[in-house]
Ligand binder design. Structure first.
Ligand code: ZN
Length: 122
């Protein structure tokens, strides 16, 4: 709501997004539906580093841009890579994620993942 109040346009395509109020969505969402998009992907170790003061990591995006970004990104990774990364982060298919609270640096994130045998590139 705060992002929408500041500027209702999509961060990526600059079209004006629409706030929706559907408790249960059925069918395809409105392509212009306002969503929160994370600038840093959940697949990226930087996501698990503490935010710096004033750092903007979330933006308002239309559903179409948000979804297209997420699909393109997932398609760019191999199945093995997606599983490897998911085990460290909050998509964990096997229980507890390795990192629950954000760490100070990417090096710490990579070290923590390395301890569990999960090797990532920064
Ligand atoms: Zn857009």
């Amino acid at each position: 709501m705060a992002l929408f109040a500041k500027d209702p346009r999509c961060h990526w395509c600059k079209r004006t997004t629409k706030l929706t109020n559907d408790a249960y969505m059925s069918g395809n969402p409105d392509p212009l539906m306002a969503t929160i998009d994370h600038v840093v992907s959940r697949y990226h170790p930087h996501r698990w580093v503490k935010q710096k003061e004033g750092e903007q990591r979330k933006v308002l995006a239309c559903y179409e841009c948000n979804h297209a970004r997420s699909v393109a990104e997932t398609n760019a990774l191999s199945r093995a890579e997606i599983l490897r990364r998911s085990q460290g982060f909050n998509l964990n298919p096997k229980g507890k994620p390795v990192i629950i609270k954000p760490l100070e640096t990417v090096e710490e994130v990579l070290a923590k993942m390395g301890e569990r045998g999960i090797l990532l590139k920064a």
